[in-house]
Design a protein around this ligand. Structure first.
Ligand code: SAH
Length: 209
């Protein structure tokens, strides 16, 4: 499938809610974030394996999550689960030169892979750490995005979110998760479900046992 065919499919299904996200999607080449043997499938609407039990998420899932995160110019955003770096690259375009993306990955080989893929994206920093605890050093963030399944959204994460701020996380068991958008505003948390998804399970301190 071509990128244009995928975009047409999104338009037909009325999935595009934010034109800036569509522009970012047009700009970032997904083929540069997949393994060589999958380049021809880069615009199939499927997750693709990256090795080390990781996958680059399905494009439609990435579209839905990126729109829900409401990233603005100059935002500082934390991602948990860098893998290929594709999600971080899209966010990099959306926050612009003065914004910053901190993205955490627990598998050293994937840290290296993502750093290579993200060379051109100067406002992205890939951090080799257990992101299940967030990343206190640069907190608070305008938005926090888990691109990995979590058993629970921990307070240690919500404490690292600004007010106002948005946190996105797929919460559930290892097989199936409900994607939640949590809005922090005026010291309150509002929770909204965006439907069911399947992500790779979180490892680390607050991950699955
Ligand atoms: N956003 C990625 C896809 C994420 S796949 C992309 O655009 O390609 C989920 C990733 O989360 C995997 O690479 C996995 O190794 C990583 N992961 C799992 N537990 C983690 C943890 N505790 N901290 C950071 N990364 C973690």
């Amino acid at each position: 499938m071509q990128k244009s065919t995928l975009i047409k499919h999104w338009q037909e299904k009325c999935l595009i809610k934010d034109n800036l996200v569509l522009e970012a999607f047009k700009k970032v080449k997904r083929e540069n974030f997949v393994l060589k043997q999958y380049r021809k499938q880069a615009y199939e609407d499927v997750p693709l394996p990256l090795g080390f039990k990781a996958t680059i998420s399905q494009p439609t899932t990435v579209l839905i999550m990126t729109q829900a995160l409401e990233a603005q110019q100059d935002n500082k955003i934390l991602e948990i689960g860098t893998a290929s770096g594709y999600q971080a690259a899209l966010l990099s375009v959306l926050v612009g030169d003065k914004g910053k993306i901190y993205t955490t990955e627990i598998v050293p080989e994937l840290v290296e892979f993502a750093r290579k893929n993200l060379k051109k994206f100067k406002n992205v920093e890939v951090i080799h750490t257990d992101g299940s605890k967030g990343y206190k050093k640069e907190a608070p963030y305008d938005a926090i995005i888990f691109t990995v399944a979590v058993p629970k959204i921990e307070n240690i994460i919500l404490e690292q979110l600004k007010d106002p701020g948005i946190c996105l996380a797929p919460v559930g068991d290892k097989e199936l998760q409900e994607l939640f958008k949590i809005k922090k505003e005026n010291l309150q948390l509002k929770k909204e479900s965006l439907g069911y998804f399947q992500f790779v399970p979180l490892q680390g301190k607050y991950g699955f046992k």
